[in-house]
Design a binder for this molecule. Sequence first.
Ligand SMILES: NC(=O)c1ccc[n+]([C@@H]2O[C@H](COP(=O)([O-])OP(=O)(O)OC[C@H]3O[C@@H](n4cnc5c(N)ncnc54)[C@H](O)[C@@H]3O)[C@@H](O)[C@H]2O)c1
Length: 416
Amino acid sequence: MKPSIGIIGLGYVGLPLALALAEKHTVLGYDTNKERVASLQRGVDNTQEIPTEEIQAVSIQFFDQPQALKQCSIYIVTVPTPLKEDNLPDFSYLESASTVIAQLLKKGDIVVYESTVYPGATEEICLPLLEAFSLKVDIDFSLGYSPERINVGDPHNTFKTIPKIVSASNKDALDTLYILYQSVLSAEVYKAPSIKVAEAAKVIENTQRDVNIAFVNELAMMFNAMGLDTNEVLAAASTKWNFLPFCPGLVGGHCIGIDPYYLAHQSQALGYTPELLLSARKINEALPRFIVKDILIKLETHQIDKTKAKVLLLGATFKENTADIRNSKAITLAQELQEEGLHLTLFDPYLIKNNPLTTSLALTSSLSKTEKFDVIILAVGHDQFATIDPLKSLTDKGFGYDIKAYFDAHPRIYRL
Ligand SMILES: NC(=O)c1ccc[n+]([C@@H]2O[C@H](COP(=O)([O-])OP(=O)(O)OC[C@H]3O[C@@H](n4cnc5c(N)ncnc54)[C@H](O)[C@@H]3O)[C@@H](O)[C@H]2O)c1
């Protein structure tokens, strides 16, 4: 008989995974968020990532209670791994999911974790909770880890087309998971030699990105003082065959701005403080403040009274073409601009208006063609902004501030 697969956590990672697996297997989805489950049962993904036709195209059941998953023999965990205060890993979601699975676990089952953690966390934190009721790993059940690399808001790199790493506590489970993921992926499935290697591989992918973006962000801060356009410098340097193509910008979201802290935490606990990684975090976290200061200087240069300035901020999500605002530095930027006394209007076509994080910000649902602003800041490069011509919406003294080098270069539009 084919295995039934239980997906625990139906968010940005869990839902596409569940839908892909459901094309070939029996899949049951479980999430603690009752509203999320109710909307998925109606075929609605409130993260705006997956259209209703795709959800309704497969046979899948969604539950807000875990008991229904008792018939499953493979459990895949895709719950959040955010940070607590002081940037410490928050394992509470993984812990509660593991405790729930422990109560459902039977001999022969496999439990796979996909959440991003530091090397060692799956075996040190989740496994003891799975073993709490007498079943033992590699005797009664198996443990697996397969990090997810999905890129939200990117229609070209999807669950099925991104190569997937699998790892497991024993060879049989590794082979089973390899075949399972291979059955629904068009991309390669790579067998990592251990769970720890797979955990480390995932966390360094995002850390590498964070460090590289921090480098270009630092360049942007330096070149700003030198009166150079960073994007012009990068374009020139990119003509060398091995120059890496990274662009300056705000680093937020649930992955790149979070995962390096997991790695740093474990490293520090073991006695090594990673200097480069933590410096990169510091630089990327400091960027919103740098931009605010730069905008204040430019207001003075343009003789615009900051208490009267009308400021339009384009984009509030953590990156382009997604509705995800978790850990969005565009929102940090908006809040810091407001704290400086600037009157801000925020336009983001992806933003759900009643989101609690944004109630304090003046959101507009559309842009008027005639309204003028003293400052137009582009924080996120949504494709939908392509029809906007900032020059037409600026007051005579006004200027643009294009963090993503999204608009055509122009003397009245500063770039980061
Ligand atoms: N979002 C991304 O682009 C992305 C990409 C790769 C990896 N990841 C990693 O994948 C993991 C999940 O991220 P996400 O973005 O899908 O998070 P998410 O917040 O979108 O989804 C997680 C879901 O899990 C549910 N949940 C929380 N605790 C639960 C529990 N105990 N039992 C059942 N459901 C529970 C939540 O209600 C939520 O719907 C994280 O570790 C993240 O770092 C995310």
